[in-house]
Structures are given as structure tokens and as C-alpha cells.
Design a protein around this ligand. Structure first.
Ligand code: ATP
Ligand code: MG
Ligand code: MG
Length: 354
């Protein structure tokens, strides 16, 4: 059989490697950290930096198709690989998702609404941006942020009280987003095949704790029109990027049921982990099917469920969780339970979907 190359060796890479193995593929993982979660189940690890030329040449020579499990893969590395072997999702998707200003500009450009935003490079621009958004908003790093890191909330900030903010945030390019008074947050996991076919799972309702996803609940408590609008927006994004693979799209739901897109993740997504327990074809298998040129599976959900992350010491709950009959547990093989570290997740099946 053929070999799938995976850039990134975290839990998402691990779950992709498991899905690939189930479909008869071998996997090779590029990851600098030895004995990473993905390498524990992959056929081989190339232990090197993501932009190491020799490692990239090895990965290209070993793989019939290459994918990735995180959105901060260097675009130059993805483009160099793509000259030799198909790389999915396409490098353009990486580019758009790596910068919050580019991301929102892209989304607005295809008719998908987002929070209002201003690019901010210094304290003067921050002052102007805050003034333009009634003194409140969320300041984020444009690049590299995840799990709510690199974010700062401003509420009714008095002019001048924020001197030094840009330096405190590392003098990197920033974005000020208007604060969205959302009713709830949802995400859609969707996939596009090599032939352009698209499937979208039902939107999950997501609750965050300390900036990290805590639970994803199915079904989301939203109107059918809202769910449909989210699926339609995801399909639009996939088509516009000539995308292949699975994407995660996060939305804010407003009181009137309308949506603002928050961000896109050009990969399998934590809020889609429930699919492995409540759908016949999980997001991981769907992604492997898409990039391998296989037909996509159906996105239907056979059960209602709640997925919950196990962060840090939450893993101590494993014995009691295993005592529950309708619970699927997934651990990532990480030895050390550091605070804030994603150690695993579980999905509780509630009842058959109606
Ligand atoms: P991840 O990639 O892990 O989802 P992130 O670091 O990219 O997280 P965001 O998704 O941008 O961060 O924001 C994290 C959370 O902060 C959101 O899910 C939401 O709860 C809140 N948040 C972010 N931006 C806004 C906003 N403009 N208005 C209101 N709440 C927001
Ligand atoms: Mg993000
Ligand atoms: Mg997010």
C-alpha cells in the first residue's frame, strides 16, 4: 500500500495515523520532539524541525501524499513539498489560516461575516482602533495564537491607559477584534474530496474554559436555519480554497440566530472528536479518505453526545470514566500531565439521534 506523510506529531497526528492504518495505509510523521503521540502509532518518525531541508526531502521521497495536523506548518515547507508530492489541504489554506487579518479579509471577501477588526502594530494604532470600537475589544496576536494564548480583553478602556501594551505582547503584529456578544459558540467540521464532493457534520456547541475547549455538545441548541447557514458557510470556504481534506470552522451565534465566523482550522479539529463515537465515519477517517482520493463517508450522526477534554490532572478521572457503559475514551499517550496540556478526551453517548 502507499504511505501518508503527516507533518506534526501531536494528538491530532496520532488520530490521523490510526485512521490511516485502519484504511491500510502506512504513515510517516515529521516531528522534532522524539516519542511524540503520533510516532507511537505511526510506522516511522522523521525526528527533525518542520523546515529542515533533508527531513523534507526524506518526507517527500517516502510519501505518496502529505498532510499536516497543525496550522502553523511553515508555508515555504508546504510549498516546497507540494512541488514533489501532493500536499493537502493546499498551502493557500495554511496561508489564510495563519494570520487572523488575512483570515477575516478572506472570509469577508467571500461574503462570510466576522467581527469588525483592525490591524494593530503599535500603541497609537491600538488607541485609534479602540476608539473606533467604543473602547472595547479583544486584542490578539495575528499569528501563532491557540487555546486563547496571546489575547487581551479591553472593556471601556480610557484613552491612554494602554501604553506599553504592544511591547508587553511581544511587539508582534496584532489584531483588535470587536467584542462579540454571542449567545453561544458552534463549529462545523466539513470535508472536501479530491473530486470536489463536500460533506459537513452537524454543528457542535462548544464551551471553553480558560481559553481551552472544554465540551462539544450534539446537537447544538440552535435553530435549523442557523445550522444550515453554518454548513453553507463551511462549503463556501472549502470551494473558495479549492480545498482537499477536513476543515474546522468556528462561529459565534448571535441572539437573532445569525452567525459571525471566528476562525478556520485547516485540519481535523478538537471540536470534531465526537465524530469518532457518534458517526460511522469520523473526521479522522474522512480526512484520510479525502487526501487519499477515496469517496467520502456520510456525515450523519447516529447518536447525541457530549465530548469533553481531559486537561492536565483531569486524567485522574480515567478509572471512574471507564466505569460508565456508554462512554468512549481516547488517551493520547502523553507521559506528563502538565497544567493546560491536552491529555485525552471522552465522548458520552446520550441517546440515539432522532
Ligand atoms: P483555538 O485556536 O484554540 O480555538 P485561539 O487562541 O485561536 O483558540 P480564538 O478562537 O480566537 O482563540 O478565541 C478563543 C475564545 O475566546 C473563543 O472561542 C471565544 O470564546 C473568545 N473570543 C475570541 N474572540 C472573541 C470576540 N471577538 N468576541 C467575543 N469572544 C471572543
Ligand atoms: Mg485558533
Ligand atoms: Mg478558536
Amino acid at each position: 500500500g502507499s504511505t501518508i506523510g503527516i507533518i506534526g506529531g501531536g494528538q491530532l497526528g496520532r488520530m490521523l495515523a490510526v485512521a490511516a492504518a485502519r484504511l491500510g495505509y502506512r504513515t510517516v510523521v515529521l516531528e522534532p520532539q522524539a516519542d511524540c503521540p503520533a510516532a507511537q502509532v505511526a510506522n516511522r518518525q522523521i525526528t527533525a524541525a518542520y523546515d529542515d531541508p533533508a527531513a523534507l526531502a526524506d518526507l517527500a521521497a517516502s510519501s505518496s501524499v502529505i498532510t499536516y495536523e497543525f496550522e502553523n506548518v511553515p508555508v515555504a515547507a508546504a510549498s516546497a513539498l507540494a512541488a514533489k508530492v501532493p500536499v493537502y489541504p493546499p498551502a493557500r489554506a495554511l496561508e489564510v489560516a495563519q494570520d487572523r487579518v488575512d483570515e477575516k479579509t478572506f472570509l469577508n471577501g467571500i461574503g462570510i461575516a466576522t467581527a469588525d477588526f483592525h490591524a494593530v502594530d503599535n500603541d497609537d494604532e491600538l488607541a485609534a482602533a479602540l476608539k473606533a470600537s467604543d473602547g472595547s475589544g479583544i486584542l490578539k496576536t495575528r499569528r501563532m495564537g491557540y487555546d486563547g494564548k496571546g489575547q487581551r480583553v479591553f472593556r471601556n478602556m480610557e484613552a491612554g491607559g494602554f501604553a506599553g501594551t504592544c511591547e508587553a505582547m511581544g511587539n508582534v503584529p496584532l489584531i483588535l477584534e470587536s467584542f462579540v456578544p454571542f449567545e453561544c459558540e458552534i463549529s462545523v467540521i466539513a470535508a472536501r474530496g479530491l473530486d470536489g464532493a463536500v460533506v459537513a457534520y452537524d454543528p457542535a456547541e462548544n464551551i471553553h474554559r480558560n481559553g481551552i475547549l472544554h465540551t462539544s455538545t450534539l446537537p447544538a441548541a440552535i435553530m435549523p436555519e442557523t445550522a444550515q447557514a453554518a454548513r453553507t458557510a463551511a462549503s463556501k470556504i472549502l470551494a473558495a480554497l479549492d480545498y482537499v481534506g477536513v476543515i474546522g470552522v468556528e462561529f459565534f451565534v448571535l441572539a437573532d440566530g445569525s452567525l459571525l465566523a471566528n476562525e478556520i482550522a485547516p485540519r481535523v479539529h478538537n471540536s470534531g472528536h465526537w465524530t469518532e463515537a457518534a458517526c460511522v465515519v469520523s473526521q479522522f477517517e474522512q480526512h484520510i479518505r479525502a487526501i487519499a482520493g477515496l469517496p467520502l463517508g456520510g456525515p450523519d450522526r447516529h447518536s447525541d453526545c457530549v465530548m469533553e477534554n481531559l486537561i492536565g490532572d483531569d486524567v485522574l478521572r480515567v478509572p471512574e470514566l471507564l466505569a460508565e457503559p456508554d462512554l468512549m475514551l481516547h488517551l493520547y499517550g502523553k507521559a506528563e500531565a502538565r497544567p493546560g496540556r491536552k491529555m485525552g478526551h471522552f465522548t458520552r453517548i446520550r441517546r440515539r439521534a432522532s
